[in-house]
Ligand binder design. Structure first.
Ligand code: GLC
Ligand code: CA
Length: 545
């Protein structure tokens, strides 16, 4: 079937204010994706050249990581100019070209919006720290004492020992929730609030379809609180939403807030704050369930997740450009996951695991497919991290989180087809090297991981139940089996996963027995019970009659 030409595809992506509820997302590091001019750094033109690869995978929306001018102390999450593109990636016109190429194909583009902090190289901070009387002094959070807001957690705990940094020249401390090279903006200052609304308007006017809002949790600080998710913060985020609703009604805001389900769901408010939020507590539990051969962690966290307004959607993910964060699990669960998925100390970063999906799962094809099946069928919209669709590896010799931001492996030609020049970082060697793992060979091979994932995506796109349907967990008497029904209108899809390494037999409760179409094989089946191979997944659509 030519899925791209099917009416549903068009329905999914165009002229539809709730498009993000059906969409498949794809996260890209522009630097690592494709170099067009041979300087060894990926760029916007390179990404534009590869737009059909992305379209073919079935992606509806690309999230590009920061491309702003930046000293790159935190890979661009330290912004020095909010109104431009770094030369490394091209010009604003190249971004417009990318947007046009994407829109022509029904693909949208969202980008990072870093509200909480700037780079210390940003002219606002340069002015702020130059003089206590500078009009920009109050753009940042200054204090005579580093005892203020005591007890607030330190996020980059591997490197930073305090959220305050001393400024020699003006003899005060400034506040920073991330690296000390990322001073927090002072959102109590109305000028800062207005500046950021201008930034939002600038990119949406240019044609960007929305934002992955970086670290929205920390905008305001208040004494006696943990300085996270404060009412003032939510009020300001609603102002951004109000602007978007009024001027760019199809644009979206996606929250990166690493919180427990109840705090997290507050970011949707009553449908007038964020459109989407990453489900940070669900992500580690997908891995935990595999480690423990037990569906309970997934079921419990989803049962603990409040229902959200109709115009809102969870973003589900397995991996991203950061460490696999383990903030939203118990100490005991974290230890178990370190043991299982980060057996060597240098694999751990802050609290999480700085590895890619395939290595975390020992390159076990059936486990990799299984977790992807969960990604594409649990409630929410899936976000794929570039390269995970071909099972790319990581480079643990690189510092910080750079090991999972290596060049995309396009083919087996020198430098993986990523660049004609000298790549900005060394390419992955060994079993995950580009000679073995690349898009060209996987596109050609019907049995490749890429083809399995593309297939799941395309089946997903033919059914609204995945993006919009309810979920009903089905009793299985076997904790190793995770079975649920996704239902939307007449559409009923039964998903069954074997989370164990042994064969299982799963008997359907009487009310679920009957005729199904196996969506992965297209076979019609009358089902009372299913035999489940180790780590197998089954997508079964109930017959209408
Ligand atoms: C977010 C980003 C991370 C960055 C941090 C500070 O957590 O995902 O990469 O370092 O914000 O901006
Ligand atoms: Ca380049």
């Amino acid at each position: 079937m030519d899925w791209a030409a099917s009416p549903l595809f068009i329905y999914n992506t165009m002229n539809n204010q709730l498009w993000y509820k059906d969409a498949v997302f794809y996260q890209i590091s522009v630097r690592a994706f494709k170099d067009s001019n041979g300087d060894g750094h990926g760029d916007l033109r390179g990404l534009t050249e590869k737009i059909d690869y992305i379209k073919n995978l079935g992606v509806d929306c690309i999230w590009i990581m920061p491309i702003y001018p930046s000293p790159l102390r935190d890979d661009g999450y330290d912004i020095a100019d909010y109104y431009n593109v770094s030369d490394e990636y091209g010009k604003l016109d190249d971004l417009k070209g990318l947007i046009a190429a994407a829109h022509e194909r029904g693909i949208r583009i969202i980008m990072d919006l870093v509200l909480n902090h700037t780079s210390d190289a940003h002219p606002w901070f340069q002015a702020s720290r130059s003089d206590k009387n500078s009009p920009y002094r109050d753009y940042y959070v200054w204090s005579d004492t580093d005892k203020k807001y005591e007890g607030v957690r330190i996020i980059f705990g591997d490197i930073e020992k305090s959220n305050w940094a001393w400024d020699e020249k003006t003899q005060q401390y400034y506040w920073h929730r991330f690296f000390s090279s990322q001073p927090d903006l002072n959102f109590d200052n109305p000028a800062v609030q207005d500046e950021m609304l201008n930034v939002v308007r600038f990119w949406l006017t240019l044609g960007i379809d929305g934002f992955r809002v970086d670290a929205p949790t920390y905008l305001f600080e208040r004494d006696g609180t943990n300085c996270e998710s404060l009412p003032e913060t939510h009020a300001y985020l609603k102002r951004i939403r109000h602007l978007i609703d009024g001027e760019f009604p199809e644009a979206i805001m996606l929250a990166e807030s690493n919180q427990w389900p109840k705090e997290l769901s507050q970011y949707f408010s009553s449908g007038d704050e964020f459109h989407m939020a990453f489900h940070f507590p669900l992500m580690p539990r997908i891995f935990l369930s595999i480690a423990q051969n037990n569906a309970t962690p997934i079921i419990e966290i989803l049962q603990d997740t409040p229902s959200i307004p109709d115009n809102c959607q969870w973003a589900i993910f397995l991996r991203n450009h950061d460490e696999l964060s383990l903030e939203m699990v118990t100490d005991e669960e974290r230890k178990l996951m370190w043991r299982e998925f980060a057996p060597e100390p240098h694999m751990i970063h802050n609290l999480g695991i700085r590895r890619r999906l395939a290595p975390i799962l020992n390159n076990d094809r059936s486990k990799i497919e299984l977790v992807n099946s969960l990604l594409f069928t649990l409630p929410g919209s899936p976000i794929i991290y570039y390269g995970d669709e071909i099972g790319m590896g990581d480079n643990l010799n690189l510092p910080d989180r750079n090991g999972v931001r290596t060049p995309m492996q396009w083919n087996s030609s020198p430098n993986a087809g990523f660049t004609k020049g000298e790549p900005f970082t060394e390419l992955i060697q060994g079993q995950y090297g580009f000679q073995h793992i690349n898009t060209e060979s996987q596109l050609a091979n019907p049995d490749s991981l890429y083809r399995a994932i593309r297939r799941m995506i395309h089946i997903r796109k033919e059914h609204h139940a995945f993006g919009r349907g309810s979920i009903q967990f089905i009793e299985s008497n076997d904790p190793g089996v995770l079975a649920y029904l996704r239902e939307h209108g007449e559409e009923k899809i039964l998903l069954v996963h074997n989370l164990t390494d042994s064969s299982r037999s799963f008997t359907l409760p009487a009310e679920y027995q009957g005729g199904y179409i196996n969506l992965l094989t297209n076979e019609m089946q009358n089902i009372q019970s299913i035999t489940l191979n180790p780590y197998s997944y089954h997508w079964m659509k109930k017959h209408a009659h």
